[in-house]
Design a protein around this ligand. Sequence first.
Ligand code: NDP
Length: 294
Amino acid sequence: MKTAAFLGLGAMGGPMAAALARRAADTGGRVLVWNRHADRAQAHAAEHGTQAASLPDVGEAEVIFTCLPTSADVNEVMEQLEPHLRPGAVWVDCTSGHPDAARAQRARLLERGVKFLDAPVSGGVSGAKTGTLTVMLGGPADEVEAVRGALAFAGRAVHVGDTGAGFAVKAVNNALLAVNLWAAGEGLAALARSGVELGAALDVINASSGRSNATEHLIPDRVLTRAFPPTFGLGLLAKDTGIALDVVDNVRGSAPVLAQVAALCRAAAQMIGPDEDHSAMLKLIEQMNGQEIR
Ligand code: NDP
């Protein structure tokens, strides 16, 4: 790949674009970066050796990556960039987007001879910084294979199905994250009210069958410490659980637990704040129980 472009230099996009730049430095390629607030792109270029570019100039790239909050945001950017795209280019959307949007976006871009793959990621800001994200790709197998080598931010890239499947898997993964986090919070609030020391309780749970990423990492690191570092917004988790419910509805499935947790995430985003870290969802459980989880 000679020229890649990365659009959206947020908590995830910034370090992902930096990983592309490290690879490009070794292979003689270049990485163009664009951000809605352009100062962020200038700062990225100065720090990581990328090149801040205008939206029309980004159209020169052979591979265009996006990592924006929602598919609606990607549509806005696509509208502006569409006239400048080169036939033969591939658009790799790393947003945690909506499967229906992926199908519409692919159809729209194919009319211009541009391919589209949904390629959401997991592994958080720390995985983006170390270039060890897991990428879940949706689209035709040959197109997935052609782009695999360009995913410098990935530790693992899995082809999960046709267009939209990547977004669907990501949404279900994050719905499971929300279920585990919420359920652990409920249980720990009750234990704290019973006078149990939560460090000891987590020691046991994490050596037992109730463990999850929430009990092993999120709650000890973010909740018990009261740090709640804002790396992944509560509003984004609420968005993802809503997409998971749409995935269920599209196949006329039944998922009452996922529906409950989606409603709880939406309430928590409303009451605690969409920009708070997703772990701050447990503050709602604390209010419901009159008990801090610490
Ligand atoms: P951030 O809020 O940190 O960054 C959002 C980025 O999108 C910024 O560059 C922002 O630009 C840009 N943006 C927002 N709205 C628009 C718009 N309408 N048009 C153009 N640009 C826009 O988000 P994250 O990096 O945390 O998340 C990005 C995606 O990755 C989301 O879909 C999220 O669910 C997913 N994700 C996040 C993870 C995390 O741990 N944070 C982990 C895995 C996936 P500006 O700087 O101008 O505001």
